[in-house]
Design a binder for this molecule. Structure first.
Ligand code: ADP
Length: 240
């Protein structure tokens, strides 16, 4: 709670400061616009933080309801990769993909997107100019295996066991504006999907985050797709 309060207090202090300064100065449209834009950024930041805290609180009490809908993890990886590409370009990092086609799991596509995005965002954030980040998706032994590998600074062995804790930052000076919730959320999402997450990291060489998720058995997938097909046919018939 102390960590959460601390994180919430920073944007609130900025909001208060900006508003007080604006109220003290004579009204000028440009200045008001600048202050409102800056306040909106802080409100967005607060909103995202509160949403993350709510998700973590719900997952603590076992109240996260994940749908059992089939999710094409390959498509989610491509969507997340497209979003990450912009970040990679900005930080001059090469982003490399390799994904098996049509790897299906069950759950929430938006949460799985968030999982991949958080891992990819960290990999890009902590990898300095000229490095590379590799996103890989395979399917082996009944599991979907996703890995996010970077050529960044690596994580000291004694810190690897803490990085999935809420608000933990291995090196605050390096945290680059993050909230320290990214990996805690990633772990909650993986656990809610019946999977596992781990890290393999060598100081000075880079890190590799690995996620395993259950695959949808092929017969379940076929039955699900048949049912969807039926639904579409019935809708089509009604429309006629
Ligand atoms: P943050 O918002 O600080 O990035 P995270 O929960 O995402 O919070 O990560 C926790 C800490 O783990 C980070 O502060 C950083 O020290 C370390 N970390 C996470 N990913 C990497 C990575 N790819 N390379 C090096 N350090 C990392």
């Amino acid at each position: 709670s102390a960590d959460a309060a601390h994180e919430l207090r920073t944007p609130l202090t900025i909001l208060k400061g900006e508003i007080e300064v604006a109220l003290r100065s004579p009204p000028a449209e440009d200045e008001y616009r600048r202050v409102l834009t800056s306040c909106l950024e802080e409100v967005d930041r607060l909103g995202a933080l509160v949403a993350d805290l709510l998700f973590l609180a719900r997952s603590d009490s076992g109240n996260v309801h994940i749908s059992h809908a089939p999710v094409n993890l390959t498509s989610v990886l491509h969507d997340a990769g497209a979003a990450l590409q912009a970040l990679a370009e900005m930080s001059h990092t090469a982003l490399v993909f390799s994904a098996a086609t049509d790897v299906w799991t069950q759950g929430s596509a938006s949460m799985l997107f968030r999982l991949i995005f958080n891992l990819g965002e960290n990999a890009i954030k902590y990898t300095t100019d000229g490095g590379s980040v590799e996103l890989t998706l395979e399917q082996t032994e009944g599991r979907a295996r996703l890995s996010v590998k970077d050529t960044g600074p690596g994580i000291p062995p004694e810190e690897q066991q803490h990085i999935f804790d809420r608000f933990y930052r291995a090196d605050p000076a390096r945290s680059r504006g993050g909230t320290g919730l990214g990996l805690a959320l990633a772990r909650s999402i993986v656990l809610a999907h019946g999977g596992q997450i781990s890290v393999n990291s060598i100081l000075g060489k880079g890190s590799c985050f690995m996620v395993q998720l259950p695959l949808i058995p092929q017969d379940t997938l076929r039955a699900e797709q048949d049912r969807e097909g039926e639904g579409q046919r019935v809708e089509g018939e009604t429309a006629e």
